[in-house]
Design a protein around this ligand. Structure first.
Ligand SMILES: Nc1ncnc2c1ncn2[C@@H]1O[C@H](COP(=O)(O)OP(=O)(O)OP(=O)(O)O)[C@@H](O)[C@H]1O
Length: 300
């Protein structure tokens, strides 16, 4: 299978600090992939290694089937640090400068301005743009060479809700147009709605990867039983201590929902009064926080 991004055992150490450890990241052709993690998790370091801007301490990177390095990033567009634009030139003129430098025809400028929804403001000076418009111009610059793979590092950082919504819509449009997009974020809500798959990185390690449905799929059971302390003890014996959490006077169990009848019989058999036992849905936010919590504990 042709994989636009594939890393194996990718690691980066800065002195005594391991910023990225043993990372296997796979982005499939045509998907919008959300690279999610809290601040300092190692997202930027990973993206910089993908682009050949930082040398890995260990592991391999394949980008569009090639090993990245100087001059070998054909087909890849990236917005990884706030791009440098001339403040007193218009958005369009800034793109003209970049297009000339990149050997891209002037006709492409109108196309990318349209894609990022800046056509009506393209003649305005860059300095008068909102942060969201500046970011969208950065994406336009990354799109000049009509890349097959677009890498965006926290493109919504610092944007207001309207700017975030615009950026989300833009990424969705690019994905729909067949561009493979790898976008990092520390805010789950930003990627949840637009990504086909999500990888969660905590402490430099990938702790989960999959579609939103897959990540949330491991829902569990919610049990209300009396007396609570005995219910906790018995539930821990039955399914394992790490799968039982006490939340709001009840038990949240990380077990397959089809074990409900068995669990009910066991708890009742142990003399407990089971008041409620139901399927517990989890939203991605909860999953993300659990992953971050668990991942941080593992790293500590
Ligand atoms: N050049 C460097 N020298 C030393 N440490 C570094 C360097 N670059 C990054 N780090 C450290 O590596 C870790 C990962 O940083 P990185 O910027 O990759 O995280 P991030 O997930 O992108 O975070 P954020 O969301 O805050 O941008 C952090 O602890 C950071 O301080």
């Amino acid at each position: 299978m042709n994989l636009p991004v594939q890393t194996q055992g990718l690691s980066k150490r800065y002195g005594g600090l391991t910023a990225v450890r043993d990372l296997d990241l796979t982005v499939r052709a045509g998907e919008v992939y959300g690279f999610l993690g809290p601040n300092g998790a190692g997202k930027t370091t990973t993206l910089r290694m993908l682009l050949g801007l930082v040398r890995p301490s260990a592991g391999t990177v394949r980008l569009l089937g090639r090993t990245p390095g100087a001059g070998r990033l054909t087909g890849v567009g990236a917005l990884i640090e706030g791009p440098a634009f001339y403040p007193y030139l218009s958005g369009r003129d800034n793109l003209r400068v970049l297009a000339r430098y990149a050997g891209v025809g002037a006709d492409r400028i109108a196309t990318v301005l349209d894609l990022v929804d800046l056509t009506s403001r393209a003649g305005d000076r860059y300095t008068g743009y909102s942060l969201g418009m500046k970011q969208r111009l950065g994406v336009a610059a990354a799109l000049l060479k009509d890349p097959r793979l677009l890498i965006l590092d926290e493109p919504t950082n610092g944007l207001d809700p309207a700017g975030i919504a615009d950026m989300r819509a833009l990424i969705r449009r690019l994905g729909a147009a067949g561009c493979t997009v790898l976008v990092s974020s520390h805010l789950l809500g930003e990627v949840e709605q637009i990504c086909d798959r999500i990888g969660v990185i905590v402490g430099g390690r990938m702790v989960a990867e999959g579609s939103v449905a897959e990540l949330c799929g491991s829902a569990g059971l919610r049990v209300l039983a009396d007396p609570l302390d005995q219910a906790v003890t018995r539930a821990r014996e039955l399914v394992g201590a790490d799968r039982v959490r006490v939340v709001n006077g009840g038990l949240d169990l990380s077990v397959e929902p089809d074990r409900a009848a068995w669990l009910n019989a066991e708890l009742v058999g142990a003399g407990l009064a089971v008041r409620e036992l139901r399927h517990r849905d989890r939203d991605l936010e909860q999953v993300f926080f659990e992953l971050v919590e668990r991942g941080t504990a593992d790293v500590a």
